[in-house]
Design a binder for this molecule. Structure first.
Ligand SMILES: [Zn+2]
Length: 317
């Protein structure tokens, strides 16, 4: 199921009116309340092809949302990639030179390496370091149910529970290469309360994905006491799920070859009862589940040696 085979039902909004920010950083706006409170950041377009985030942040702008307390920052990250979005080839705009969501290490940010994404990350890092709470809006290749992803720290699990949406929370490390924005040092430090969440809202271009992005942003801002609950309630399209379910990432599979293939068209959250079940082949190698009741998380159909192809997990709690 190549992602590009999914019809593009969403339209990328025109975000050019938001270019001139009031933070000194293009496409990043901060609004400060008179009442002190946390600095809350809602970020879209870490991946340029994940347009649901742009739709959600555009929605917050168009409703002139202002914080009741503290600071609310709204940002569009990889605008250079987003500007190349082409409905005829919608997967191509994920990034310009490299994945913006792998560069969040001090070594990369302070190092000599240059790329479009590193330049943008260096521009944005000051505001990201100021944020107490970050919601990073993403979408997936497959039409999986939405997932809240956290690195696994207790403060992250706590915030995910407070937000209460979406229903499924995935706890565990992300990728083999580099660090995601939510894993950037200030958020990954257990000595402070800074906390970042990443939501995967659904298939990149499926119409319902945008509603999930807006709902998640509203639940997030409401949980942090940043917006009028009545504003959130009047725009939410879903009720919060009763009980959230948490998945612990137990392992991950990295492709050895460019010919990695799943044996079925998994979309994510399939539960494989028996350890040792073959789920994919990679070159001549069979890829099997490492334990019983193994849940497949975010299968990737972008086969490339060195890339994370799927994560394994186990329901907890
Ligand atoms: Zn993404």
């Amino acid at each position: 199921m190549p992602e590009t085979s999914h019809p593009v039902e969403l339209s990328p909004p025109d975000i050019s009116p938001y270019r001139k920010g009031n933070t000194g950083i293009d496409y990043v706006h901060s609004f400060r309340a008179a009442v002190p409170g946390p600095h809350v950041l809602v970020n879209a377009l870490t991946h340029g092809n994940e347009i649901c985030g742009a739709i959600a942040v555009d929605f917050l702008f168009r409703h002139d949302l202002r914080p009741l307390k503290g600071t609310l920052t709204l940002g569009f990250a990889n605008v250079a990639a987003y500007e190349t979005f082409d409905t005829a080839n919608p997967g191509a705009s994920r990034f310009v030179d490299e994945d913006f969501n792998r560069v969040w290490t001090r070594d990369d940010l302070d190092g000599p390496r240059q790329s479009a994404e590193l330049a943008r990350a260096r521009e944005m890092r000051a505001v990201i370091e100021q944020a107490d709470y970050l919601l990073d809006l993403h979408s997936m290749q497959t039409p999986s149910k939405p997932l809240m992803l956290v690195h696994g720290l207790e403060k992250e699990r706590r915030l995910a529970r407070r937000v209460g949406y979406p229903e499924t929370v995935v706890c565990g490390p992300g990728h083999v290469k580099g660090l995601r924005m939510i894993e950037y040092e200030p958020f990954n430090d257990t000595a402070n309360d800074k906390t970042a969440l990443l939501v995967e809202c659904g298939q990149h271009w499926q119409s319902g994905t945008a509603a999930v992005a807006i709902d998640t942003a509203l639940y997030f801002l409401k949980a942090l006491g940043v917006i009028e609950p009545s504003f959130a309630d009047s725009h939410l399209t879903v009720n919060p799920p009763g009980e959230q379910r948490m998945l612990e990432v137990t392992d991950g599979v990295t492709a050895r070859t460019d010919t990695f293939r799943f044996v079925e068209r998994f979309t994510g959250l399939e539960e494989i009862p028996t350890a040792g079940t073959v789920i994919a082949t990679d070159g001549g190698l069979e890829i099997t589940t490492p334990h019983d009741d193994c849940v497949l998380i975010m299968p990737s159909y972008r086969a490339e040696a060195g890339s994370r192809m799927v994560r394994f997990g186990r329901w907890i709690g």
